[in-house]
Design a protein around this ligand. Sequence first.
Ligand SMILES: CC(C)(COP(=O)(O)OP(=O)(O)OC[C@H]1O[C@@H](n2cnc3c(N)ncnc32)[C@H](O)[C@@H]1OP(=O)(O)O)[C@@H](O)C(=O)NCCC(=O)NCCS
Length: 194
Amino acid sequence: MSFNNKNNNNSKEEEDDELKPIIETERLYLRHIIFKDIDAMFLLYSDPDVMNIIGGQEVRISKEQVIEDIKKIREQYSTNDCIGRLAVIKKDIGTNEFIGWTGLKNENNVNNHDKFIDLGYRLIKKYWNYGYATEACIACIKYGFNVKKFDKICAYVLENNQSSINVLQKCGFIKIETFISEDGNEIWFEIIRP
Ligand SMILES: CC(C)(COP(=O)(O)OP(=O)(O)OC[C@H]1O[C@@H](n2cnc3c(N)ncnc32)[C@H](O)[C@@H]1OP(=O)(O)O)[C@@H](O)C(=O)NCCC(=O)NCCS
């Protein structure tokens, strides 16, 4: 599979390939994020309730900014040895809506951790409180351990982001320590391959 990171044009063949589910759960499937996801991605990245709680992120005010975000995410697919952030699609007859993203990626230099596998997730607000984040994250963790054979997956979260902490705990992550970043007081979580 090839990826076009330079512009926002995908050939039909590439697009069909990228729409194939990588991970599937009862209510969701996860696939690569493509440039056609721009409207839903803008909805996600322009919402202060989503962006302000994460730390280190500004609310996007233009779709051009979000195109840059999509380019960065797509670079992960070719440069990471893991899977990068993936579109979370709600299985619905006829619609199959993009509801946010989740996924694993290589991260480095956070809380004295040089290189680690990071789990991230972000959902459009109207899809909060249905259990979708937890369902998608559990599937990503299984994929990380069973398919990618990672030994450990990490996550970090601002201490006031209770919804996110809940997701990690429901997925089986263990709180390791607290640390201070430029964004504030954070909690470091880990889950080890069973
Ligand atoms: C973090 C975030 C993805 C969590 O979303 P969420 O919808 O609260 O998370 P969940 O998928 O776990 O769903 C939570 C609730 O859905 C409800 N729910 C409804 N139907 C459900 C079902 N079928 N199965 C499970 N839970 C269900 C439950 O009440 C559950 O809460 P509980 O487990 O405390 O009882 C969301 O708040 C978000 O996008 N925040 C902004 C971005 C962010 O903070 N990202 C993380 C940065 S570290």
